[in-house]
Design a protein around this ligand. Structure first.
Ligand code: FE
Length: 129
């Protein structure tokens, strides 16, 4: 068994666990670019103490060489509170914006973790000019 064997993927329009990467197809070398990573853009994922998205990682695979981690976003609040697991005052929704600068073309990779349904991946090619 390898890590790749347990990573699930799918079309984010029909599978609520797949991370969505919103980024330009082409960016200017070395210039800041905003990337949004989220879960459940078309099909909301539950956000309860019992069932929620716990984190999303954003990675960068240059066309040559090893993989880099760009961001690690933890979603820590899921409705827990003094009166009960769904009686709390706040929730973190599984969505974040990250600003990066790239000097080489490659692929953005997103990895998300649901506390019940495990690990999910998606990717998006990005060209640096
Ligand atoms: Fe789930």
């Amino acid at each position: 068994m390898k890590l790749g064997d347990v990573l699930r993927s799918g079309d984010w329009k029909s599978e609520k666990h797949v991370p969505v990467i919103e980024a330009p197809d082409t960016v200017a070398a070395g210039q800041p670019v905003d990337i949004k990573i989220s879960i459940g853009e078309e099909i909301p994922h539950p956000n309860t103490a019992e069932h929620h998205i716990r984190w999303i990682k954003l990675l960068f695979q240059p066309n040559e060489g090893f993989t880099f981690e760009l961001a690690d976003v933890q979603f820590a609040a899921h409705g827990e509170g003094l009166k009960g697991p769904a009686e709390g005052p706040c929730y973190t929704e599984p969505s974040a914006a990250v600003t990066v600068r790239l000097k080489e073309s490659g692929t953005l990779l997103a990895l998300s973790y649901c506390n019940i349904h495990g690990l999910w991946e998606s990717s998006k090619a990005i060209t640096v000019e």
